[in-house]
Design a binder for this molecule. Structure first.
Ligand code: DGL
Length: 273
């Protein structure tokens, strides 16, 4: 008996913020977590190259793991590649992660919202279109951070982060205008929720930090409704059981393995994609 997994994908460990929500909602499901760490960070990639890279990689991932649903737990990839993945692999349901601009626009009281993301997500047409469509009445500041995803990677492995660096990265999110202040910061990179306590601590004033992880997990669950958690697929890899993590570098160090263990994932020794 084999269980078709939910495939959770990110450039690094950021997708774990979505995985932990998905586990709560889908305790019976098996998860395959894929970190494309060989290509991390996605934030700095040229758009065409990243597109081709992710579409090609998914050809191998889908063939190897045959997921029931694939969650792109990465804004930088989703805002660029999602529609291409759907057309390249029409048999696989994909769930994307895109900046939570619509809920932010609905919730803000001051009308000043900031979107904190990688430089890639900030410059996407997709992100601009979301703002035009859903937040035309707000003042939206896009803040591209070069360092936060890498800081989150280090923090999760080493337990230490330079708070001054976090403070400097989030500072441009805080706007004061005509007596009003930013009241919502959209965490538009799945790595950032890991640093949210440090962000709270170093922020100049309290704001709502919007993390879309639960909404993404709910969307994945809704696509799985009707698909049983157990299915007979004896021809597939990872024939039974445990949730696994794959690192495309195939070079996860001991700290990374420990981190993954903490999330209930065993790192596969050999790259199978
Ligand atoms: N976790 C990714 C995201 O949600 C980005 C990290 C990276 O730059 O690769 O955008």
């Amino acid at each position: 008996m084999n269980r078709r997994p939910v495939l959770m994908f990110d450039s690094g460990i950021g997708g774990l913020t979505v995985l932990r929500e998905a586990r709560v909602l889908m305790p019976d499901r098996r998860f395959v977590y894929v970190a494309d760490d060989a290509a991390f960070p996605y934030g700095a990639w040229d758009e065409q190259a990243l597109n081709a890279h992710v579409v090609e990689l998914f050809g191998r991932l889908l063939a190897a793991h045959d997921p029931d649903v694939a969650v792109i737990a990465c804004n930088t990839a989703s805002t660029l590649v999602l529609s291409n993945l759907r057309s390249a692999y029409p048999d696989t349901p994909f769930v994307g992660t895109v900046p939570a601009i619509k809920p932010a626009a609905e919730r803000t009281a001051s009308g000043l919202v900031s979107v904190l993301a990688t430089p890639g997500t900030v410059k996407r047409q997709y992100t601009r279109d979301l703002i035009r469509e859903w937040a035309a009445r707000c003042h939206v500041r896009l803040v591209g951070s070069d360092r936060l995803a890498t800081l989150a990677e280090a923090y999760m492995r080493e337990g230490f982060v330079d708070e001054e660096a976090v403070r400097a990265e989030i500072e441009p999110c805080f706007v004061e205008q005509d007596g009003r202040r930013t009241d919502i910061v959209v965490l538009a990179c799945t790595h950032y929720p890991f640093l949210v306590n440090r962000m709270r601590k170093t922020a100049p004033w309290p704001v709502d930090w919007l993390d879309p992880a639960e909404a993404i997990a709910r969307r994945a669950l809704s696509l799985l409704a009707g698909s049983p958690a157990l299915a007979t697929r004896p021809d597939r890899l990872d024939p039974q059981g445990d949730d696994i993590a794959i690192f495309t570098s195939n070079a996860a160090d001991p700290a990374t393995r420990r981190l993954m263990q903490g999330f209930g994932l065993s790192v596969m020794e050999a790259m199978t994609v």
